[in-house]
Design a binder for this molecule. Sequence first.
Ligand code: SF4
Ligand SMILES: [Zn+2]
Ligand SMILES: [Zn+2]
Length: 314
Amino acid sequence: MKEKCTKCGKPAVIHRRYEGSYVCKKHFIHSIERKAKLTMRNHKMVNKGDRIVVGLSGGKDSVSLLYILNKTFSHVPGTKLIAVSIDEGIEKARTKQIELAKKWCREWGVEHKIYSFKNEYGKTMDQKVKELKKKHGTLKEPCTYCGVGRRYMLNKIARELKTDKLAVGHNLDDEAQAAMMNYIRGDIARASRMGAVTDFSLSEDWGSLFIPRIKPFRAIPEEEVELYAKLMNFGTDKKWCPYKSGVRKDVLIFLNDLDKKYPGVKFSILETFDKLVPQFRKLAKTGVKQKLIRCKKCGEPSAQEICKTCELWR
Ligand code: SF4
Ligand SMILES: [Zn+2]
Ligand SMILES: [Zn+2]
């Protein structure tokens, strides 16, 4: 890029079209770390002494998140980070990432635990995909199986490790996509649990069973997290998975097209959604109040007799 940084005149590494600025490497790295910290502060994501599980896939988002959280909290007395990797068993996507996750945890002195779909559900994601293809001929929405299985395990593990927060590397693109998915599905209960810090106060008992999820990168566009990881030499690949498909992928393509024409549109989608979340929460509390029951198979909290994870995986 031949343009110069708007702040200091050094060579720029990025053009932020949504704010009309050019940014050099030093100012870019600083701005990403500042944005993540500001998001945490503005939404009161972390309290002093919190034990935090960091979901660490080994991809660009989670490695960058672990680095920034470790830099921010490693000197805060009482605050503790535990990185947790879930190996879904996607040979082509995860094997290298899990190795990277191990490497960075060793390097940064962060406790690291690895769990797998194979141990929890008796089969890998690769095996599940084969099984479903055989049964139905085609495979619809593999990400649903994967996402449900992963979220379930992360929450259960974070609770068993007696932690206070579960930090995930969702970026602005993930959040804008999730907001759009909620409009498409029209699922008020699910929408009410979104926002910067997930809220499970729908039913009083839910609070102790679900660990609040925090997303410090939710105001940072995906391409910027990618550039940050590249400039920091984290060695992470572009997010890539052979099973990525379905309506989520189409929503993402649509959002990217829109953003090309109207820079900043992902920010406004998220801002609007955030304004609506309190309304969704009110609606969910009055209109569709859910009774907490325990899944008959696994004992985890569920809206139905058999929870979604057991329905899909067991
Ligand atoms: S793209 Fe879908 S299947 Fe692949 S890791 Fe992500 S959620 Fe799982
Ligand atoms: Zn600069
Ligand atoms: Zn269950």
